[in-house]
Design a protein around this ligand. Sequence first.
Ligand SMILES: Nc1ncnc2c1ncn2[C@@H]1O[C@H](COP(=O)(O)OP(=O)(O)OP(=O)(O)O)[C@@H](O)[C@H]1O
Length: 231
Amino acid sequence: MKPVVKVENVDKAFGSGDKKVEILNQINFSIEPYQLVALRGRSGSGKTTLLNMIGALDHPTAGEIYIEGTPISKYNEKQRSELRRTKMGFVFQSYGLVPLMTVEENIEFGLRIAGVPRGEWAAKIKESVDIVGLSKRSKHRPYELSGGEQQRVAVARAIASKPTLLLADEPTAELDSKMAFHIIQAFQELVKNRTTTIIMTTHDPNILEIIEHVYTLEDRKIDYRKKEIYV
Ligand SMILES: Nc1ncnc2c1ncn2[C@@H]1O[C@H](COP(=O)(O)OP(=O)(O)OP(=O)(O)O)[C@@H](O)[C@H]1O
């Protein structure tokens, strides 16, 4: 099976001339299908930058990123947006919920964009809302929810379409430890059922403890560690 993600000799710098800041230098790694991967590193180490490049939202300065074997650097904006829409789910720090839509409608909107057939929406909305424990809140609008609840809606929306690749930036940052574990368990189920490959960033040592594949960004380089997990 091809890796879902292959990052090859990737450099990333922002700015130019005197203001040039090199964030990532010669990054290489591959992620096999149905892995749950954690990306850790100090604030400013480039975790979000790397997720953005894997998610075709930003371009490497050098090197190549392959999604399911296809190099994406030559994709035009339309192809990149198609790739994101059909294969990827995103949980980013701003959540990106539509304020005037209820929880259900926000998830439905995500399903529509991902091209999921209409007949599957109701079941997928129910399933994803149940997974994040928000069944009782599904008719509420984002502004009626706490920060952690909004984050769970973003998770539900991202997993509802069962994307090939889920990219999640600090998806448990706003959650208490019980709910954070619950979300990670849901991620582990998606991986175990061979539904999705997940890359998430986290600072939380308790979560890093239970994730098998951990990548660390430090001094512009990446380091990989596979752990034995006993659960
Ligand atoms: N568009 C941009 N222009 C200039 N510099 C940027 C840009 N985006 C990110 N950076 C810089 O790149 C570095 C890495 O940022 P990034 O957001 O990837 O870090 P991070 O590891 O995700 O941090 P955190 O844990 O705080 O979210 C930071 O120093 C940041 O200021």
